[in-house]
Design a protein around this ligand. Structure first.
Ligand code: SF4
Ligand code: SF4
Length: 699
């Protein structure tokens, strides 16, 4: 009898799980009654990351330790190390010994990596997890048709609901044995004592362990951790960070899928059998490669839950990108993970990239908003992978949407990505009179106007407002005028690393030649690039966003504003200002100065802000699939009942201007940049004198 192997089953801590969890999520959540969170999420993330890094760095030795301990402590459990799927499938055929029905849990290793080879080997594979749900047509019905849940306080705790030692003998089980094989992917296993942890939300795994004639536990080598405490913790994290996804994203059950409960009970006279397969499938190799960080992923789905592309119905799923890359890395190669380090295109060996395992629609859907990375408990860097894949499409395969091609060509030939602009780089300054740095080298701050605020119809008003404010504050400011060229951000996000680096090198040389020390940029994309990416090419300018400069000028008394905006205002955090650079407070501080208590927050704000849909080069891509991200965000703004939607990014401005028109709310909601609002409220400043013009020098 195969007794002994410790098996822990985790479930959300809820008495009547099915209905209660749903009620908690929907009703109590909406009414503000929150499930108490006893542990700090940041501490959880830190500990989980440590566990995952140890696992990643010691995969070989952990595997050896697990194999030795299993063989010594549980001699009745057969253990097999499989190099790949075929190896594993052959072994399963051997164990099945004529059994034709396999029940699996919802583990991706089983459903995505093994299922196809098992079906090809003649098994009828059913996913018992899906049997838990009532499905009508293509949609799961009842409580899992829930709205998206954002609040971390709504996450449940996952606790051990069942402990087993191997498989119970038939007589001890209240369930009858049936003639099928259960193939279950495990969430974590302890190398020290073999404790296996499985995560279930209802009863499918426990039922399989109690009634399947034979059970095979499949362990991906990246799921092996040091001890049972860490195994339990890792599996709990998968539940904690992915709870909503499990409840909200249940795939529909294939039509006519068999349920194990339909199988007739059998009497068996021998013991039920427990087997273990430790599956490598290239994991050990990849764990030593540049792609090793992808193996920190625990598959919790937290990234998917925040992804605006996915939530708006586009085919992108950041979790699937990570898991597909892991699965197919040996075909793709790993050089695409070297974003930004080389001008040469990354090599991706898979012929069908862009139209196969990872499609062009997925690759181009990303707005690089960073919501996935913010949510990920183990800091997987999704954007690097997605941009790396774009680089391969653009630089190696020259396969890209026409609009991308046009924008890149425009940067290359005209130094900006916009088609058919009627402005020059100096038009915004016509009535303002700021000198270019070529005309007057006596400046303290360089105003980096950016292609959009210099050349795009709506955004030009932001540059004008900013120009007037800087003059009013008495700053010695200059700008590059016709010498300014695209910072290269769209080229980099759209995958043309070569073009980005050309622009960066050219601009850095120009700025250095003019002796620039401090730059203020109105566009968070320019700001991010100049501040965080140009230093890779030898720059060390001090870079400020215009909201930082405005806040500083007001704080230091260089700019006086009236508290005269009586309308209610909400602020949309641009992704490249907020999540990418942590600038959340200066814009709010300014708005509170202007509006008093009339600043109203949207539900998703600061690091939880929902993208406008324009980042990652999406300004130059058509939004053909799913809902418009900007309209989804606008709906949240409209719910607050404000009259002004303020932002601090020309991309956001344009996206929301279009959304306001599409939703026909132009009369009731104005979209404005903070610089425009301040400019309308700025009072005529008394003669400041020369010393006042030194505000920037003080910092
Ligand atoms: S960066 Fe934003 S759009 Fe791209 S995958 Fe992550 S969440 Fe989705
Ligand atoms: S990438 Fe991070 S957030 Fe996404 S499934 Fe993996 S661990 Fe979870």
């Amino acid at each position: 009898m195969n007794k002994g192997l410790p098996i822990l089953i985790l479930e959300p801590a809820s008495n009547e799980k099915i209905e209660n969890t749903a009620r908690k999520l929907v009703w109590e959540g909406r009414q503000g009654v929150k499930i108490t969170e006893t542990i700090n999420l940041d501490d959880i993330k830190r500990l989980l990351k440590r566990i995952r890094e140890y696992s990643r760095d010691n995969a070989n030795s952990l595997q050896r330790e697990l194999e030795t301990n299993l063989a010594n402590k549980f001699p009745q459990t057969t253990i097999k190390s499989a190099n790949d799927f075929t190896d594993a499938a052959n072994y399963i055929v051997e164990i099945a010994d004529g059994i034709k029905i396999i029940s699996t849990n919802n583990s991706r290793l089983v459903t995505h990596e093994l299922r196809a080879v098992l079906e090809a080997s003649g098994f009828n594979v059913i996913n018992s997890y899906l049997n838990e749900f009532e499905v009508k047509g293509e949609k799961a019905i009842r409580y899992w048709e829930l709205p998206y849940v954002f609040d971390k306080d709504l996450r449940g705790a996952f606790e051990v609901s069942a402990r087993m030692e191997g498989l119970e003998p038939p007589a001890a089980s209240t369930m009858e044995t049936r003639d099928y094989l259960a193939v279950l992917g495990v969430n974590a296993v302890s190398a020290e004592d073999g404790t296996v942890v499985l995560l279930q939300h209802f009863s499918n795994i426990l039922r399989d362990l109690k009634q399947a004639r034979k059970v095979i536990l499949v362990i991906g080598v990246d799921k092996i951790v040091k001890n049972s405490e860490e195994a339990l913790f890792q599996a709990q994290c998968t539940g904690i960070f992915g709870l909503e996804s499990v409840v909200l994203n249940i795939p529909s059950q294939p039509r006519g899928m068999t349920s194990v409960t339909e199988l007739a009970p059998i009497s068996i006279y021998g013991n039920r059998e427990l087997h273990i397969i430790i599956l490598d499938n290239d994991r050990i190799n990849l764990l030593q490669s540049k792609a090793r960080d992808l193996f920190l992923c625990i598959g919790c789905t937290a990234c998917n839950l925040q992804c605006p592309a996915r939530l708006s119905g586009k085919p992108l799923s950041p979790r699937e990108i990570v898991l597909n890359l892991k699965k197919h890395l040996h075909e793709f190669g790993v050089s695409f993970l070297e974003e930004g380090k080389t001008k040469t295109p990354p090599t991706v060996h898979h012929q069908t990239l862009g139209d196969g395992v990872i499609t062009g629609d997925e690759i181009w859907a990303c707005t690089t908003c960073r919501a996935c990375m913010e949510a990920c408990p183990v800091d997987v860097r999704h954007i690097e992978s997605i941009v790396g894949l774009r680089q391969n499409l653009v630089m190696e395969q020259t396969v890209m949407p026409d609009t991308v091609k046009t924008a890149l060509r425009s940067i290359e030939s005209r130094g900006h990505p916009w088609r058919g602009t009627r402005y020059t780089r100096t038009a915004w300054n016509q009535d303002i009179g700021i000198k270019t740095v070529a005309e007057d080298r006596n400046f303290d701050v360089l105003y980096w106007v950016g292609c959009t605020e210099a050349l795009e119809d709506r955004s030009i008003r932001v540059a004008q407002a900013m120009g007037k404010l800087m003059k009013k504050a008495g700053i010695k400011v200059g700008f590059l005028g016709d010498e300014e060229s695209c910072c290269g951000e769209p080229a980099r996000r759209l995958g043309n690393e070569y073009l980005f680096q050309m622009q960066a090198e050219r601009n850095i040389e120009l700025l250095k030649n003019y002796g620039v020390k401090t730059i203020v940029a109105g566009c968070p994309h320019c700001y991010h690039t100049l501040k965080n990416e140009y230093p890779q090419f030898g720059s060390n300018f001090k870079v400020m966003h215009h909201t930082q400069l405005i806040a500083k000028l007001i704080q230091e008394g260089e700019l006086t504003i009236a508290n005269n905006v009586e309308k209610r205002v909400t602020f949309h955090d641009p992704c490249y200002l907020g999540r990418h650079n942590g600038i959340y407070e200066p814009p709010r501080w300014i708005l509170r100065k202007l509006t008093g208590t009339n600043l109203v927050e949207m539900g998703q704000n600061r690091n939880k802000s929902f993208c406008c849909g324009g980042g990652g080069g999406r300004m130059w891509l058509e939004e053909r699939i799913g809902r418009r991200i900007s309209e989804m965000r606008l709906e949240r703004a409209l719910e607050t009942g404000v009259s002004i939607l303020a932002t601090a990014c020309p991309y956001c401005l344009q996206m929301f201007e279009d959304a306001v028109k599409a939703k026909n709310v132009e009369e009731s909601l104005k979209v404005m940049d903070i610089a425009e609002l301040v400019e309308k409220s700025a009072l005529v400043t008394p003669d400041l004198g020369a010393c006042k013009a030194q505000a920037l020098k003080k910092s």
